[in-house]
Design a protein around this ligand. Structure first.
Ligand SMILES: [Zn+2]
Length: 168
């Protein structure tokens, strides 16, 4: 899947989304196409538009200097791009690095995407105890990542207030 660059209304680059997501934003009049692929078109029952390479949001989005994205299981999967932190294969579950039974919390830094097999194998142990080192360290999403997570949600009404607001 090709990624489309998303610009703020001020033309400042914000993030990238999938081509399909970009088309949805354009069809919902939330963004306009700034640059399209020269030969690629998106065709559907009621759609025939050039495939967007760059889109620009119609309303200015103020990205706060510091804003933590709320933790969610789906957010962890999106952050880790649905890749298991232990084996790199497709992940469908969220694993607590320090198990909840040992006081580990629902936080960005304590959770990683995991395949069901590894999640089950690791059970109530830390990665060290299980002999299952993390392929990469979990991280706290940045404000730009937070926007990406929101755009990745199927429910557009779930966009955070600071994204839906027009700063005019
Ligand atoms: Zn795995």
């Amino acid at each position: 899947m090709r990624d489309t660059l998303v610009l703020n209304a001020s033309f400042e680059p914000l993030s990238t989304v999938t081509l399909n997501r970009a088309v949805v934003l354009v069809l919902q009049d939330k963004a306009v196409v700034e640059q399209a692929h020269p030969e690629l078109r998106m065709r559907g029952a009621a759609v025939d538009i050039p495939a967007p390479r760059v889109i620009r949001l119609c309303r200015y989005v103020r990205v706060p200097f510091r804003r933590n994205a709320p933790w969610s299981r789906r957010g962890v999967l999106v952050r880790d791009r649905y890749r298991c932190a232990y084996c790199g294969r497709r992940a469908t579950t969220v694993d607590h690095v320090v198990p909840r039974s040992r006081g580990g919390g629902d936080t960005w830094l304590n959770t990683v995407a995991s395949c069901a097999e590894d999640n089950h194998r690791k059970a109530d142990r830390t990665p060290e105890q299980a002999g299952m080192p993390l392929l990469r360290e979990p991280f706290e999403p940045t404000p730009a990542d937070a926007m990406l997570l929101a755009l990745a949600q199927d429910d557009y009404e779930a966009l955070p207030d600071w994204l839906a607001q027009s700063a005019a």
